[in-house]
Design a protein around this ligand. Structure first.
Ligand SMILES: CC(C)(COP(=O)(O)OP(=O)(O)OC[C@H]1O[C@@H](n2cnc3c(N)ncnc32)[C@H](O)[C@@H]1OP(=O)(O)O)[C@@H](O)C(=O)NCCC(=O)NCCS
Length: 155
């Protein structure tokens, strides 16, 4: 089940964050800022067996959406939960009239690249030295619709 993230989820979320991003986990304060201080952020949890099994942080800024964070509890990876979170983010982006969904990912992150390419994201550009350890990121982009541009002038 996917639902909005609550403050009471943060102990589990930050535990998963440390397991899945050991080099640069977001601290609890970052999630609290996203929840309470960032008007563009929408945080979702995937709940399974009464536990937080995964989560995503989606930013919706007018015609663009960005996945700022997405992770699945290690013991629940490979079961389709990342895909369900991605489906949800895409639906929310479309529902809000966004034209593109973007994200950054480490060039070495094979599972995440697999997930994004399964959903039709393209590798649009390299952000050199994007991460603290100097690793590059792929900027990945997926058109998600938005309003059709009407080019018919009636002439
Ligand atoms: C990336 C991540 C969210 C995927 O979640 P998941 O629940 O395992 O994903 P799914 O089970 O829905 O798999 C979706 C697709 O991802 C790809 N994938 C998943 N695990 C993979 C692996 N170990 N190797 C290669 N591709 C993989 C496959 O294309 C898969 O599609 P398929 O099952 O049809 O083959 C998860 O691995 C994770 O939390 N990683 C650590 C955090 C992270 O890197 N987040 C992204 C930061 S940009």
């Amino acid at each position: 089940m996917i639902r909005e993230m609550k403050e009471s989820d943060l102990a589990e979320v930050t535990e998963i964050e440390k397991q899945q991003f050991p080099e640069s986990p977001w601290p609890e304060s970052a999630f609290i800022y996203e929840m309470k201080g960032n008007p563009f952020a929408f945080l979702y949890c995937y709940e399974k067996d009464g536990k937080v099994a995964g989560y995503a942080d989606l930013w919706i800024t007018y015609d663009q959406a960005q996945i700022a964070d997405i992770a699945v509890r290690p013991e629940y990876t490979g079961m389709g939960i990342g895909s369900e979170l991605m489906d949800h983010c895409i639906r929310e982006a479309v529902r809000n009239g966004c034209e593109v969904l973007t994200l950054e990912v480490r060039v070495s992150n094979v599972p995440a690249l697999g997930l994004y390419e399964k959903y039709g994201f393209i590798r649009a550009a390299v952000r050199q030295g994007y991460y603290d350890n100097g690793e590059d990121a792929w900027l990945m982009v997926k058109p998600v619709g938005g309003l059709e541009y009407d080019n018919d002038t009636g002439d």
